[in-house]
Design a binder for this molecule. Sequence first.
Ligand code: PLP
Ligand code: COI
Length: 341
Amino acid sequence: MEKKNIDWSNLGFGYVQTDMRYVSNFKDGAWDEGVLTEDAQVTISECAGVLQYAQTVFEGLKAYTTEDGHIVCFRPDLNADRMADSAQRLIMPVFPKDRFIDAVTKVVAANAAFVPPYGSGATLYLRPYMFGTNPVIGVKPATEYQFRIFCTPVGPYFKGGVKPLTLCVSDFDRAAPNGTGHIKAGLNYAMSMYAITKAHENGFDENMYLDASTRTKVEETGGANFLFVTKDGKVVTPKSNSILPSITRRSLLYVAKEYLGLEVEEREIYLSELDDMAECGLCGTAAVISPVGKIVDHGREICLPSGMTEMGPITKKLYETLTGIQMGRIEAPEGWIHVIK
Ligand code: PLP
Ligand code: COI
């Protein structure tokens, strides 16, 4: 199979239209059989539930070319589970897990020419999503839905690749206690647009959101969880009901403990503790692990000892082990790698 003529090494995190995507419709209480299609356009009612009341959820996962030339996905079963949780929270039908994994497999296989080559630094990002399609004008759940998966080849999420980021402690809240912070719903991202635009205008790469009720504890950023390394080498990550349960973070905690023999802890992390941290990273499918060099809390600068030029040493080991597993250089735990072809 011949690869597309794309400058893989210079891709950013953007949309490139590929050949095929998957579509299935839910109507009269059931999903249809689903198809792969060349049609990249969506046509829905002007009054569709998604357009009026933002009834939409999504996922993000990647396909990789391994060192020995296979195409694989990383833990798609966990994306299926999380999408089911997201859908249920917004009173949407669940797209069955076996069908989710089958659709992922079909989309990647049909777009194999867009899967970046091994060693290029790029990957194929998949975006499963679902939205209410029938007319809804009173506030209530739609009765008809569309599930789709498209894919796009991507490079690093943050411009500058692995250059450490500068974050700003946000005055805006991302998620309410007992709200929707733990699911991957479009509405969580819509309400972060103002905060991220302001952060960028003020010269920051991202926001650090705090817990909405006390504003003393670290939550997450707009699109990634936090991972810290303490000065005594422990890997710690915030525990909260209002952050997205990142698959990358869960995988990294396992890697830290089982592959690197590090002590790991998931617990509440106070803003006031950050001076005691040696390293900080943002972890997620898009972010992989992006190092943080500085966090600015209303003029108070918290400079991570790992500095502004490189990833900290433990963050780097975590990054290399995780990407090694994803790209087939390091043996994966049972069930983590889904081989497409
Ligand atoms: N937190 C938020 C708000 C996200 O959007 C994402 C991205 O999916 C993550 C965390 C990281 O989750 P994952 O590692 O499953 O991609
Ligand atoms: C992902 O990492 O898959 C996400 O959905 C994050 C998003 C901000 C791109």
